[in-house]
Design a protein around this ligand. Sequence first.
Ligand code: SAH
Length: 366
Amino acid sequence: MPQPGELVFESPKRGKPPIHFLDLTAAERKKAVSELGLPGFRADQVSKHVFEHLDKRPEDWSDVPLDARTAITQALMPELLEPVRTIECDDGETVKTLWRLHDSSLVESVLMRYPNRVTMCISSQAGCGMNCPFCATGQAGLTRNLSTAEIFGQVLAGAQALARDEIAGGPGRVSNVVFMGMGEPLANYNAVMGAIHRIIDPSPEGLGISARGVTVSTVGLVPRIKQLATEGLPVTLALSLHAPDNELRDTLVPINTRWSVEEVLDALWEYADVSKRRVSIEYALIKDINDQPERARLLAQRCQGQLVHVNLIPLNPTPGSKWTASRKEDERAFVRILENAGVAVTVRDTRGREIDGACGQLAALE
Ligand code: SAH
């Protein structure tokens, strides 16, 4: 039975992409390959090329006969993500890609290289239905859910580029994946779970990236947070709180009218409890809107005694927005109040700002 309000999250089927090898589990790949009249073990061979060797071209699958390569690529590997534009900054260590999907929908992913890790920020939906007024993606509404292959394909493309020494800083690997691009990942639950499995499961199932390096960021769909807690995967959960009181959060994160600050924080603490993982709270600091000392105090009070880390994000103003980032002194005061209350807090670095790094801004330009 759908819960009241659940219909909101159902995306139109229009534009659904064709099934891809990357949508399938290892067992399903075997079955799909057998149905092409090929021996099932060809699926494992191809999986090793895809997930272990990060081979981009079927020509490199030297242990797979040519006719099998052709049959598998034609039936199971349709082109799903076409790069339309890439933009670099930070001397090429931040790379943002705009992808066109088979139905012309546009989504973005960003690769960010740091001295000891590489983080990929990926999209889970084309557009978003959550309608947060400060977010570029929210302005255009939801086009559709992405498939597992479309979501995971963004990570795979980054992993391939790193392996092939195409990113500044030499060959490397993806160590972290954050669902902080376009879309609300928990509103596309099954496809996102599939993508998480391709990311964390060891080869030949997936890339074998540590689950601890994966962060799912949500506006706070409480039933889905509870469901995620039952999966038994040590992924990090980040809640986009942005206000500690219902009156303001109702306007900044409209789904708050369905699940209140109290309900969503209870679900967050429960997730921390069950997963034994520190959870995150994201809080975009917006000048004179949510950056007052009394809001910092209320946030600190709500975080008391919890396994939580608060991530403050200076607002990245969207084109035409009346809102802007907080004054530096207000930001510092906000941080100090949380620190003095013993709450772990950092201000997020603003990597990629000069390439419209924040969610949805490149697609909105196009
Ligand atoms: N739908 C998910 C994930 C997408 S966005 C979520 O809301 O959590 C990832 C983070 O960027 C969220 O915390 C979101 O609120 C924040 N964000 C969106 N637009 C922003 C902007 N213009 N400036 C700063 N942070 C922004």
